[in-house]
Design a protein around this ligand. Structure first.
Ligand code: CMC
Length: 392
């Protein structure tokens, strides 16, 4: 196989050059376009973060207004899109609905199929940012059997999504600023993370010159897996499992260390961070703040804190440099906000969307960009003669 070298899980292979996200795994540093994630989460908005990732600079007042205005005008879904939801089983996982409907957008917007047309790229960007919250809220409404709630243009991005998700025609709906601010912060923290599994998927599919909707639908499916974005759902299920067993954290940690039935401490470990995930630090503090601001207490938070404490003082975890990642505490916040567990990864997808879009643009615009095509080390039989079926 000549110069081909095996790199399991691409642990040491840089497939692209990128100017979007800086990640120092040893130092626990994460920056979007050079801006520390802590500052963006504290002082920025999700839409300006999306603009920053996609365009490379924070928007001016006018740019921000124009961006928001354009997004606002594309939030509606074609009425025929609603029929997709009619066809899905009621217990369908919302991530499957999300990727299917995003993929279906390429049937509604056939002016999106040429990745080299700048106007098409722009329109697809706006449409995706505008419509994904609507698609996500419809998926939730489908699951609970409620009528869909149409978007409203006078609301902010996060407010509009929360209203489409939680309001019902029968009652007035009031947005809770604690929930709005917390979700805004969480979306910012998820907005990009360089060449993770879903982003690499978006790039790989896009490298064949497939359109943006097709590429991002593939990314949503990659995100769904429990080792990636699906971990936020798995963490909550793990905490509930421990609670059901009488909150026996010691026994659970022992099972993880013995690798019993492949049990892992979900929400721990990361391919690149060998130190605290800087997002997890912010989210842990937010979990406390949001729960107390909403006047909620959650026994699962106590279990999570105990698990973390045990793990951080245990050789199994310290030797392997396993620390809490972004998914460890998010589910507790989403739960306090009223989201069912099955929606957690959808919220991750809403946050990650600008990153996927920015990375797709960067790839398409890179001069000399080539189709993604990994090599392999062949381990099968080198050659043999065909044997007729009667002789096998
Ligand atoms: N619990 C117990 N052991 C673990 C864990 C964990 N969460 N993560 C890694 N290990 C062990 C693993 O078994 C291996 O042990 P050994 O050396 O004895 O074989 C060692 O640590 C190295 O792990 P690895 O599987 O080679 O690490 P990786 O870089 O391939 O995987 C990971 C990274 C995130 C997939 C993994 O840590 C994991 O499965 N974590 C749990 C799932 C999770 O929380 N995923 C979210 C990741 S962050 C956000 C995102 O990407 O969406």
């Amino acid at each position: 196989t000549g110069l081909v070298t095996l790199d399991s899980g691409y642990g040491n292979t840089a497939a692209y050059k990128s100017a979007i996200t800086y990640l120092d795994g040893e130092g626990g540093v994460l920056r979007y376009r050079g801006y520390p994630i802590e500052q963006l989460a504290e002082r920025g908005t999700f839409l300006e973060t999306a603009y920053l990732l996609i365009h490379g600079e924070l928007p001016t007042v006018d740019q921000q207004a124009a961006f928001k205005d354009e997004i606002t005008r594309h939030t509606l879904l074609h009425e025929d899109v609603k029929r997709f939801y009619d066809g899905f089983p009621r217990d369908a996982h919302p991530m499957a609905m999300l990727s299917s409907v995003v993929s279906a957008l390429s049937t509604f917007y056939q002016d999106s199929h040429n990745p080299f047309d700048e106007e098409q790229r722009h329109l697809s960007t706006i449409r995706l940012l505008a419509k994904l919250p609507t698609i996500a809220a419809y998926a939730y409404k489908k699951a609970i059997g409620h009528p869909v709630v149409y978007p409203r243009n006078d609301l902010g991005y996060v407010e509009n999504f929360l209203r489409m998700t939680f309001s019902v025609p029968a009652a007035e709906f009031e947005l809770d600023p604690v929930v709005v601010n917390a979700l805004e912060k969480l979306l910012i923290l998820h907005a990009d993370h360089e060449q993770n599994c879903s982003t690499s998927t978006v790039r790989l599919v896009g490298s064949s010159q497939a359109n943006m909707f097709a590429s991002i639908s593939a990314g949503i499916n990659a995100l769904w897996g429990p080792l990636h974005g699906g971990a936020n759902q798995s963490v909550l299920e793990m905490l509930q499992g421990i609670q059901a067993s009488g909150s026996d954290v010691d026994t659970f940690i022992r099972k993880v260390k013995d690798k019993e039935d492949g049990v892992k401490l979900m929400g721990f470990g990361h391919r690149v961070y060998k130190n605290f995930d800087p997002r997890a630090k912010i989210i842990k503090a937010a979990a406390h703040d949001v729960l107390s601001a909403l006047g909620k207490s959650d026994e699962l938070l106590d279990i999570a804190l105990k698990l973390e404490e045990h793990a951080l003082s245990d050789d199994y975890f310290t030797e392997r440099k396993l620390y809490p990642n972004v998914d460890f505490y998010t589910g507790l916040i989403y739960r306090a906000m009223g989201f069912p567990t099955s929606m957690f990864t959808v919220l991750f997808a809403l946050g990650r969307l600008p990153g996927w879009i920015a990375q797709w643009h960067e790839m398409i615009k890179e001069p000399g960009s080539r189709i993604g095509r990994p090599r392999q080390i062949y381990t099968g039989v080198v050659e043999r003669e065909y044997v007729p079926i009667e002789s096998r």
